[in-house]
Design a protein around this ligand. Structure first.
Ligand SMILES: Nc1ncnc2c1ncn2[C@@H]1O[C@H](COP(=O)(O)OP(=O)(O)OP(=O)(O)O)[C@@H](O)[C@H]1O
Length: 369
């Protein structure tokens, strides 16, 4: 114990044998170990993860403890403080969304597959893990985020910053949010809404006082259209998530959605697929699963395109009711539904971290068309 005269270098050497399972480098090389302090019979240090929603948190902690016990002293008391500093590749000469670390587009090919529901609940799950999260509801054809968060009667306020009018996002359940619904009248004709939508999206990215965010989730309209192009042309998008149901028709449209992001001129990494309404589970029989829309379609799509499968969300009455009540299901943290969203959010945060560690910086898409 104390008389072995352990020093900080011994601890660092031991921790440099612990590999970050996703990033495939050791924790010391990745600069994830901070504040090593030795006391009598005890060592304390901090592990700075790449996301607070890291699904490997406990595994990493265990491996650190094992390495020190094996290589330094089997008796040493170890106190590991796990924190996170969310990574980004978007900083630099970025002017739009300058304080947002990761812009994540949530898309679906087909309408009504639950894209907004998934966006709302992933945001809550990421926030519950400790991240700073915002939602930009860019779904011009049915901006449902305000209703899902019970915010439909709220109006954003404006603050003047450096002589410029900035819109303050609405804060509900710890999520900063803004919606197209606040800017584009829902009853305006479709032909107007198209060009207005692109303009409004630029405004919602550029003129909103977002503050510092780890993740900004953009709820896109279904399909592939002007709003999608405006997004990738105006802001560096970290990656896209495709939401689908297991149904054949939804999968066919989901393919179109993901192919759009994968086009060489657009080249936004697809972070993964979420399968919503994967199976029906009655509240009174949570063990029973009924595959109403077919089984495993989302997983198949992910495998086919060699993309990560982020998770499956059951079809449950509670999710629909929570959405209608204005309080997303993931806020009821002890439910099975919240667990499904938590797992999916962790898988998403993990893919963002891997993407930031391995791929090149996000760029705005330059297009001449
Ligand atoms: N897993 C689920 N379980 C139960 N109901 C769900 C689930 N996912 C979505 N819903 C319900 O399905 C309806 C459509 O969902 P949502 O509005 O999220 O879809 P969307 O894909 O965003 O639609 P849009 O085409 O309007 O953009 C909503 O009433 C929602 O509450």
């Amino acid at each position: 114990m104390g008389e072995l005269r352990i020093n900080k270098e011994d601890i660092i050497r031991a921790l440099s044998t612990v590999e970050e399972p996703d990033l495939k480098k050791d924790l010391v090389t990745l600069n994830m170990i901070k504040d090593v302090e030795l006391g009598v019979g005890e060592v304390r240090f901090t592990v700075v993860l790449t996301t607070p929603a890291c699904p490997l948190k406990e595994l990493i902690r265990q491996r650190c403890e094992d390495a020190i016990h094996t290589l330094v002293d089997p008796e040493l008391r170890i106190v590991v403080n796990m924190t996170a500093d969310v990574t980004t590749t978007a900083f630099g000469n970025k002017t739009i969304l300058a304080s947002v670390k990761n812009v994540i587009a949530i898309a679906s090919g087909k309408g009504g597959v639950g894209k907004s529901t998934v966006t709302a609940n992933l945001a809550i799950a990421l926030k519950n893990a400790g991240a700073q999260v915002g939602i930009l509801d860019a779904d011009i054809y049915g901006p449902s985020i305000p209703v899902m968060f019970g915010a439909e009667d709220l109006q954003p306020t404006v603050t003047v910053i450096d002589g410029k009018n900035m819109i303050n996002p609405i804060l509900q359940y710890g999520i900063k949010m803004i919606s197209m619904g606040f800017l584009v009248p829902a009853d305006s004709p479709m032909v107007w809404r198209g060009p207005m939508a692109s303009q409004a999206l630029k405004q919602l990215m550029g003129d909103v006082n977002w503050g510092e965010l780890d993740y900004l989730l953009i709820d896109l309209p279904p399909g592939t259209g002007d709003v999608h192009l405006t997004l990738v042309q105006s802001a560096p998008v970290t990656g896209a998530v495709i939401v689908t149901t297991p149904q054949k028709v939804a999968l066919a449209d989901a393919k179109k959605g993901l192919q759009m992001f994968m086009q060489p001129q657009i080249n936004v990494p697809v972070l993964g697929i979420v399968e919503n309404m994967a199976y029906f589970t009655p509240a009174e029989l949570p063990e029973n699963r009924y595959y109403l829309f077919g089984k495993g379609g989302g997983k198949w799509l992910a495998e086919h395109y060699e993309l990560p499968f982020l998770g499956e969300i059951p079809l449950v009455q509670g999710i629909r009711e929570a959405g209608d009540e204005g309080r997303p299901a993931a806020t009821y943290t002890d439910s099975l539904t919240a667990l499904a969203f938590q797992k999916t959010a962790e898988a998403l945060a993990q893919q963002v971290a891997i993407r930031n560690a391995t791929l090149e910086k996000t760029k705005r898409v330059e297009m001449t068309v």
